[in-house]
Every structure is written in structure tokens, then in C-alpha cells.
Design a protein around this ligand. Structure first.
Ligand code: ASP
Ligand code: MG
Length: 405
């Protein structure tokens, strides 16, 4: 049995016309003789009647005092409505189908409501329905504890439902359908000649997703990578093949990485740089700063530790409390708000000399100052002023020839 998992996001399901496109993709795979498991998100976006954010707004009007268990019960309804609607469309087309909730589909989670982790998947029920010739429509974003409590996996969790099911079922591919034609070399709203990428590695897409590109949830990539299930990110509204996500080794062996050191750019704005530097400061300055941030639940990024002090970044939201905490420690931090973090990502840059040189040269020639940097074997991050973001992305995109195919 060739199993394919097809995941459709909220905008792909929000109206009749979109659902007709969804039907087209399901029909194509069904006619090709594949067993189809469909994973759905809640329909539409905030403001539309059954979207996840609309359900949340419903309770926040009452002061939002819903216990986390009951909040998950409420949230699970969005996906259920979506699944039932799709099921009725499939049945009206003569395609036998069945709806399974996360729990009914065998997705067992721990009991962290709102951020549950999948601990096990029992695929028996899905396989049984597939064997009997049904299309199985699974509500994304949810599971069930061993005690039978309904849980949700955290916002954007239906991507993870899809890849986890794909892994458990040994699917030939997991197709993530969205409203864009796959992955581009940069955000097209910022870089005019951003280009479509036919294939990327798990590490590359995971870096993109963690650094601001909203194409797929990073946790979903992690799950697929572990199992080695190929993912395709593609559009509901076209027939294009989208972007294939696969193992880095196959890109190396296929020669893709000999042709490119850098694959794409991602960025996040709303970043604040904090520097606590004091040549005559206490010996435990470094420890006091990071222990305090950790204790207060402030996530730190772009961390540079030096003998004289520390540089790091926090989100815009965490800025006021981070400053307050540092001053309570009697430190005088330098605060630079309005920064952006640009990620230069490429599985092929590992061990290649000269990548940082190209970055620094491109930004220097564009008159842009790098405020801080960090690197891993597949990504180099530079912090710049938000005001420099557009020219920086253009300059880096051109310098690495990302506009050329
Ligand atoms: N509906 C859920 C959310 O909006 C899950 C998802 O769409 O992936 O977060
Ligand atoms: Mg989503």
C-alpha cells in the first residue's frame, strides 16, 4: 500500500472554491492508486467563524479564564468542523471517507495542554480504514492522553500531525499544501527577484522556519527528518510540484550542493540587542545575566560571551522586563532596539571558505553595519538595524547569486 499524507492549511479550506482545489489534489492521488490520509487545519484566519484565533477570541471576551484542559477542548473543535466539511464534500463526489479525531487516529500525547508532545502513534485504525478503501480525514493539531483527555500540540501543530502520521505510516511523501508555491530564496515581499527552490534539505528548511519564514512548523520538519520521510511544500491553488525537502546527503550526492554554498535568506524583525560590558565588573557577571534571564523565562538569542561581558538579543516583547532585571542586578546595559536578524542559510556552506567574506563585503559596500554575528555549520546570522533590512536582503541575495537559477 502506497500511503500519501496530504495536509491542508486554513486558507486552503476556508471557502467552497478553495475546497474544490483541495478535492482536486485528493482525487489525483486517489486515482493514481495511492491510499490517502488527509490532515486538516481549522478553516480560515482570525475573524472567520471557525478559525482557531476566532475560537480563542470567543473566550478572551469573557476575560479568558478558561482552564487549559477546557481550552484544548474548545480549540479541537476548529479542526473537527473543517474535517467534517471536507468529508461531506468527498462523499458527495462519491469518494468514501471517514473523519478521525487525533485520538481516534491513534495519536497519543502527554498531558501538557496547549503544547502537548506526541509520545506514540497507533496506526491500526487508520490502516484498517485505508485497507477498506476509505480516504481518512484526520483533524490536525490534536491528540489524546492515555487517559482519554483531548490535547492540542501548540499553534501551527497540524504540520506536525501530518509529518508524525507520515512517519508512523511509512508514507511515500507528506505534502504540505499552503497558499504559496513552495520555498523561495527569500521573502518575495522584500526581495523582488526571489526565486523558487525545487529542492532543499531538512536542515535548510528548518533553519528558514526557525528564522522567520512561515512555510512550515519547525517541529514538523524535525519529525520528518528523524524518520527520513520526504516532504513537499506546495500550493493548493496550482499544480506545481512545489519544493521537495529531503536529506542533505542526497543533495550532496545529486550535485545540488556543489553548485550552491548558500540556498536562501530568512529574517526576523523586532529584535533588541542588549550588551552588558564592564571591564571591572564582577567575576560572575556572565553567570548572573543568563541565570536571571532563564529564571524569568526570557529566551536569549545571538549569544556572544566575552571576558569583559556579554552581548545577546531578546524579542521586542521581552525587552522591558529584560532591562528591568538587568538594572536590578546593578548592571547598566546598552540597549539597541529596532534590530533585525538576517539568516544566510546553506547546507553547502559547511567547510567552504569565503562565505562570511562575501556577507561582510556585500553589507559594507551597501553602507550597512553589522552589529553582531553568529554561525553554525549551515547558517550565518547577522544582526543589523531594521532600517537597513531591505537593502541588506537585496545586497546579500545578489552577492550570492540567488537570483540566478
Ligand atoms: N489551527 C491550529 C492553529 O491555528 C493548528 C494549525 O493550523 O496548524 O494554530
Ligand atoms: Mg499552519
Amino acid at each position: 500500500m502506497d500511503i500519501i499524507v496530504q495536509k491542508f492549511g486554513g486558507t486552503s479550506l476556508s471557502d467552497e472554491q478553495s475546497r474544490r482545489h483541495v478535492l482536486r489534489h485528493i482525487l489525483r492521488e486517489n486515482r493514481a492508486g495511492r491510499s490517502v490520509v488527509v490532515v486538516v487545519s481549522a478553516m480560515g484566519r482570525r475573524g472567520e467563524p471557525y478559525a482557531t484565533d476566532t475560537l480563542l477570541d470567543l473566550v478572551s471576551q469573557n476575560g479568558g479564564t478558561l482552564p487549559t484542559r477546557e481550552r484544548d477542548l474548545l480549540l479541537s473543535c476548529g479542526e473537527l468542523i473543517s474535517a467534517a466539511t471536507l468529508c461531506s464534500l468527498l462523499n458527495s463526489e462519491g469518494l468514501p471517507s471517514v473523519v478521525l479525531t487525533g485520538g481516534q487516529a491513534g495519536i497519543v500525547t502527554d498531558d501538557r495542554y496547549g503544547a502537548a508532545r506526541i509520545v506514540k502513534i497507533n496506526t491500526d485504525s487508520i490502516v484498517q480504514h485505508l485497507t477498506e478503501g476509505r480516504i481518512v480525514v484526520v483533524t490536525g493539531f490534536q491528540g489524546m492522553t492515555p487517559e482519554g483527555e483531548i490535547t492540542t500540540l501548540g499553534r501551527g501543530g497540524s504540520d506536525t500531525s501530518a509529518t508524525a502520521l507520515g512517519a508512523a505510516l511509512g508514507a511515500v511523501v507528506v505534502d504540505i499544501y499552503t497558499d504559496v508555491d513552495g520555498i523561495l530564496t527569500a521573502d518575495p515581499r522584500w526581495v523582488s527577484n526571489a526565486r523558487h527552490l525545487p529542492v532543499v534539505s531538512y536542515e535548510e528548511i528548518s533553519n528558514m522556519a526557525q528564522n522567520g519564514a512561515k512555510v512550515i512548523h519547525p517541529r514538523a520538519v524535525e519529525v520528518a527528518m528523524k524518520a527520513g520521510v520526504p516532504i513537499r511544500v506546495r500550493s493548493t491553488f496550482s499544480d506545481s510540484e512545489g519544493t521537495l525537502v529531503t536529506r542533505g546527503e542526497s543533495l550532496r550526492n545529486g550535485g545540488v550542493w556543489t553548485d550552491r554554498t548558500v540556498t536562501g535568506l530568512a529574517h526576523v524583525s523586532g529584535v533588541t540587542q542588549l550588551s552588558v560590558v564592564d571591564e571591572n565588573g564582577p567575576a560572575d557577571l556572565q553567570m548572573r545575566v543568563f541565570r536571571t534571564m532563564a529564571k524569568n523565562g526570557i529566551s536569549v538569542d545571538l549569544i556572544n560571551v566575552m571576558p569583559t561581558g556579554v552581548y545577546y538579543t531578546v524579542s521586542k516583547n521581552d525587552t522591558p522586563s529584560a532591562i528591568q532585571l538587568l538594572s536590578e542586578l546593578d548592571f547598566k546595559p546598552q540597549v539597541r532596539e529596532g534590530c533585525a536578524k538576517v539568516s544566510v542559510i546553506g547546507g553547502g556552506m559547511n567547510g567552504e571558505p569565503g562565505v562570511m567574506a562575501v556577507i561582510v563585503e556585500a553589507l559594507t559596500n551597501a553602507g550597512i553595519r553589522i552589529l553582531q554575528s553568529a554561525d553554525s555549520n549551515t547558517t550565518i546570522w547577522v544582526l543589523i538595524s531594521e532600517a537597513d533590512l531591505a537593502p541588506a536582503l537585496e545586497a546579500l541575495h545578489t552577492a550570492f547569486g540567488l537570483h540566478l537559477s
